[in-house]
Design a protein around this ligand. Structure first.
Ligand SMILES: Cc1cc2nc3c(=O)[nH]c(=O)nc-3n(C[C@H](O)[C@H](O)[C@H](O)COP(=O)(O)O)c2cc1C
Ligand SMILES: O=C(O)C(=O)c1ccccc1
Length: 388
């Protein structure tokens, strides 16, 4: 007997009896290559590219290879449960969809398709401030699914409060504040093509539909997109933030607050001291500081230091179920899935996202079972060995 998550494997084999195969590969390490065949270079590289030489992107992957799972036998893992609860949100597995902006560059339905897929699986999605669709439309598409909101923190307080109140009203329960991208890094792939989607008004649906933002414009955004974009960019890339600014968010957000982009143990401690509910140990998928440390390499120390005081989440480099296993074993309560689900979106919209997420959850479930575990609570550093 397998649980529903691992059962996706049987479902795929059974479809084979009717000569049906998955519409694109279920090998989640091959998705970027296969997406390259169907996307234009601009969108493909915007998603795939990292900062600078790509050293941190590569390091994120290599870090996973330094750890290996050590399977245990004869422990009857037929009955198991990989579901969990994070900051009051229950989920079928310790996986959330990372905040990814401008999703309409890979599929016309953009975040709406992602929201439908996530909602149908009960997997939480984190909506980016740089969404191609409005907060309200994404909430409708997500239906009864769990949803969190990611803030690119505008340095206009009225606009910030307006966006936060819209998110709360639309049923987004946890706030994820991204700290590592107050300006975009040097990204040669995009610079060589002069490709920056939101300059064309993609990924600006949230400010453009905001009453406070609109009231500050001479003409409606629809009538003069470049003018509205130029007004928005300096607002959302405000560079003037420090730790003293956090109480403002607490004052204007009722639910849990999570800081995304933490890589140093002292910053993690500081977040805990500031009363934050959680952090995402993340280097933005190697898209910001080229040459920065791999996110997985800093996870164990951070989880040990603050894991008993706050919720430690992780992203950057997760590509397989085994990667999820390793990040959880090294102290993450759950992980954020990044580029892989965007490739699913590119391949097949809502169905494509669902295929990628189900594949990863099935692989995680089977990895947990075959290595002799019954729940994610049983995954500890003892489940792994370091080989490099
Ligand atoms: C195309 C793209 C857009 C992104 N947009 C955002 C964003 O709007 N807000 C944010 O906090 N992170 C954003 N991220 C970073 C992701 O949330 C996540 O940290 C990263 O993708 C994890 O790395 P991985 O894709 O290598 O797993 C973006 C990442 C990509 C690839
Ligand atoms: O590209 C990114 O990594 C990102 O975070 C972003 C920022 C602004 C708009 C869209 C995406």
């Amino acid at each position: 007997m397998t649980t529903p998550l691992g059962g996706y494997q049987n479902e795929i084999y059974l479809h084979g009896l009717a000569d049906q195969v998955p519409p694109f590969t279920v090998d989640t390490t091959k998705l970027a290559d296969s997406a390259r065949e169907i996307l234009q270079p601009g969108p493909y590289w915007y998603v795939q590219g990292g900062a600078g030489s790509g050293a941190t992107m590569r390091a994120n992957r290599e870090a996973f290879d330094k750890w290996r799972i050590v399977p245990r036998m004869l422990r009857d893992a037929t009955a198991r449960d990989v579901s969990t609860s994070v900051l009051g949100t229950t989920m079928p597995a310790p996986v959330l969809l990372a905040p990814i902006g401008v999703q309409s560059i890979v599929h016309e339905e953009g975040e709406l398709a992602t929201a439908r897929a996530a909602g149908s699986l009960g997997v939480p999605m984190i909506l980016s401030t740089a969404s191609s669709n409005t907060i309200e439309d994404v909430a409708v598409a997500n239906g009864g699914g769990p949803r969190w909101f990611q803030l690119y923190w505008p340095n206009d307080p009225d606009l910030c409060v307006s966006i936060l109140s819209r998110a709360a009203k639309a049923g987004f329960t946890t706030l994820v504040v991204t700290l590592d991208t107050w300006t975009l890094a040097w990204r040669p792939n995009d610079l060589d093509q002069s490709y920056l989607p939101f300059l064309r008004g993609t990924g600006t649906a949230i400010p453009f539909s905001d009453p406070v933002f609109r009231s500050g414009l001479a003409v409606a955004p629809e009538q003069d997109i470049p003018a509205a974009v130029l007004k928005w960019i300096p607002l959302f890339t405000g560079t003037d933030r420090n730790w003293d600014a956090l109480p403002f968010l607490r004052e204007h957000w009722d639910g849990p607050i999570v800081l995304k982009g933490i890589q140093h143990v002292d910053d993690a401690r500081r977040a805990a001291d500031a009363g934050m509910d959680g952090i995402v140990v993340s280097n933005h998928g190697g898209r910001q500081v080229d040459g920065a440390v791999a996110s997985l390499d800093v996870l164990p120390e951070i989880a040990t230091a603050v894991g008993d005081r706050m919720t430690v989440l992780f992203d950057s480099g997760i590509r397989t179920g085994a990667d999820i296993f390793k990040a959880i074993a090294l102290g993450a309560k759950a992980i954020l899935l990044g580029r892989p689900f965007v490739w699913g979106l590119a391949h097949g919209g809502e169905d494509g996202v669902r295929q990628v997420v189900r594949s990863l959850l099935a692989e995680l479930d089977l990895t947990i079972a075959l290595s002799g575990h019954h729940s994610i609570a049983e995954l500890t550093p003892d489940s792994l060995t370091r080989v490099a």
